[in-house]
Design a protein. Sequence first.
Length: 154
Amino acid sequence: MLIFFEYSHFKTLGENLQPYHIIPPVIKSGTVYSFTTDSGVNYEVRFGRKQNNILNATIVFGVTNEEYDGEEYSVTNKGEVYKVMATIVEVVRKYKEEHPNINLFEYTGEQSEIEKSKNRNIRLALYNRYIRRVFDNKWVVDNKENKVIIKKVK
């Protein structure tokens, strides 16, 4: 049996979700945010400054629960992906507001072995769909293999 979804419904599925409670860094200028999902999965979102330019930042996020053996890129399959992504968007938005001079952000999307064999990066496509909610037309998004670079337009 085939089931068809109306695209407009699917598109808004994750857009109206309230993010999980975000635990900000201890100090306002800090770089590590965290949150816990309803099923008890702990996530951490980290921002790192690039060595060659402190106004450039990398975004890294992942699961920190021991049950995932320290593999931050784990697929949890708890049905919480939309709310997790809504929360990550809110974290990036908060960091961007706290650090208005950052002029470049970048992140990667690790591929599963199945994705590599099909030459598709589903994880990166998901990230791209959500992260664009943070950046307006004053930013340019550039995809390079499994890396996304978001630059402020001068």
